[in-house]
Ligand binder design. Structure first.
Ligand SMILES: [Zn+2]
Ligand SMILES: [Zn+2]
Length: 211
């Protein structure tokens, strides 16, 4: 199954100009089987879509989050019964990556590092103070986004080296904020994914066909 693992929506992210409806239509045209909606500390885009469309279609729409920590962005998938939006530090974007990892695992979810080295700011690979701290964070997460649609090939490769070194699951996502960026890269899973729980276990078991 080909899943877009990093997509923003106009309803859930101030920085996005594309609706989830248009994103889904474009992804279906491009042969994708699903999308993980990863708005910034918001599930509004996902919820608005769900209120209008039932979940019994072949194309699967899943709820995720992109969460800004004190050192950069992380991607989170939780069972639908759990949320992160009740945590003050998450709303204020001042949570430490390791604390977020602890909370996500406590809530039965998985967590990864987004665009690890892409920008000077907002990227964990460039923001933590020491190599030791970076190693601790990489060790603690479940996956690393090794292809981000807006990172250079060189910086994506750098992220992939870290994923390989620590044996982490590797994901690819467009990080789309506009229709042109939708479906520039996705992640191929070797199991059927129909729910957030399926995606969580696929990532835990690394049932990913490497890019
Ligand atoms: Zn980001
Ligand atoms: Zn993003």
């Amino acid at each position: 199954m080909l899943i877009e693992m990093h997509a923003h929506t106009i309803d859930g992210s101030d920085c996005s100009e594309v609706s989830l409806e248009d994103t889904v239509t474009r992804l279906i045209e491009k042969g994708y089987d699903g999308v993980l909606v990863t708005d910034h500390e918001s599930e509004t885009g996902y919820k608005n879509y769900r209120s209008k469309h039932d979940s019994l279609t072949d194309f699967v729409v899943l709820r995720g989050f992109e969460v800004s920590t004190c050192h950069g962005d992380m991607l989170v998938v939780l069972p639908l019964s759990k949320t992160l939006l009740d945590i003050e530090e998450v709303k204020e974007q001042c949570i430490h990556p390791l604390e977020l990892v602890r909370i996500v695992h406590e809530r039965d979810g998985v967590i990864g590092i987004a665009h690890m080295f892409r920008d000077r700011y907002g990227c964990i690979g460039n923001q933590v103070k020491s190599t030791e701290e970076l190693e601790r964070i990489v060790q603690a997460v479940d996956f690393i986004e090794v292809v981000n649609g807006f990172a250079s090939r060189h910086l994506n490769e750098k992220a992939e080296k870290w994923a390989n070194r620590f044996g982490k699951a590797k994901t690819c996502g467009s990080d789309s904020h506009s229709i042109d960026a939708v479906g520039t890269c996705g992640t191929v899973f070797s199991m059927q994914i129909r729910s957030e729980e399926d995606l969580i276990s696929a990532i835990r078991s690394k049932l990913i066909v490497n890019p």
